[in-house]
Design a binder for this molecule. Sequence first.
Ligand code: PLP
Length: 456
Amino acid sequence: MKTIIEPFKIKSVEPIRFTTKEEREQILKNAFYNPFLIHADDVLIDLLTDSGTAAMSAKQWAGMMEGDEAYAGSRSYFRFEKTIRALTGFEHIIPTHQGRAAEKILFTITGGKGKYIPNNTHFDTTRANVEFTGAEAVDLPTEEGKKPELIADFKGNINIEGLRALIERVGAENIPLCMITVTNNSGGGQPVSMANIRETKKLLRRYNIPLFLDACRFAENAYFIKKREPGYADKSVREIAREMFSYADGCTMSAKKDALVNMGGFLALTDGALASKARNLLIVTEGFTTYGGLAGRDLEAIAQGLDEVLDEHYLTYRIRSVGYLGERLASARVPMVQPPGGHAIYLDAKRFADHIPPDRYPGQAIVCALYRVGGIRTVEIGSVMFGKYDSTGKLMSPPMELVRLAIPRRVYTQSHIDYVIEVVQEVYARRNELRGFRIVEEAPVLRHFTAKFEMK
Ligand SMILES: *Cc1c(COP(=O)(O)O)cnc(C)c1O
């Protein structure tokens, strides 16, 4: 096998600003050791998120110029609609400014007090939108999916027995829909198998409960199915994606992931009555039905991106670059969640910095060290992000302390990834020098975005 190369040439480049370790120490201090407060210009390699950070292609930029900005009935909308209909098979295609706007509309019309929404694992905005209506968001990962060190093919699957038990406990009439997130973002970008989607639909059909996909990373999921699930090796990724959607009654999508754009999303569904309610709400909160919260040029770029993301050379490069990072770190014995997911590597901070207790934020210590040593920005997913206090003011920690290295699409080359590997290895080799943190200022909700830290 020859080296898997980036399946693109670079036509337009964006310089990155180099800083010294001393400068970065000062920048960290000024940002109160919170990477969200660092200016992006001071970051060398930005692995904060894979959301809205993709590089667009020449054809997408050309599409931006082709965009039809008519208020109603824009040509760009019809291209967008046609592309998504062909991909998903859903009749009603509703543009929104991003994924959470599609969620907000879907759950406003289906949720409410006394209702339950099951999902393999809710993404945080999905959970927030479900709970905002008064409904309960129920996570149903499999036992496999809960074991960070276990290597298995489809750790993103939904627990079908758990779903059956939930339906029996609360009654089908209180479950307006079931969701499956592909790939399972919060579970580490782990894929969901076709068999799991098919079986879930079979169960739901008996109770007349619709199935929706949270389809943000549908192409990455389809690629994993092709590589790992018996019977799919000779199918195209497009056919596989089409089959995934065929078991669903609708989907929500953040185009900032697998549509390879910087902003956008949609809600797509088969039920005409539901679609009509969604459109009414769309007009109040997002915009007219043929643009949602988007410009015509955005719709063009999304339509083009949805075609490009199914290119198998692209997906080979995409999944391989994440896998490569994971394999190299694993062979250096750096503790991480296994196996590598589709869009990110998650370091296991508990084992990485086992001398720092959860209430001194081991993940934050690693995040700061990666920035100090190499100018790499990552994010803590552990006690900083999910920690809550009990009635005595004691910190209650989530089960895992992780650091996420999310890989933007088509942005970095193999030498960037090699550099990241070197920096992580250096921080790991000197892990005994890592020191914990104390939070000196925090907001009552979503504190990780603005919290200020002090080194302990
Ligand atoms: C990003 C994301 C969303 C929300 O999309 P936004 O465009 O950020 O609003 C929902 N679900 C999953 C799985 C995501 O990754």
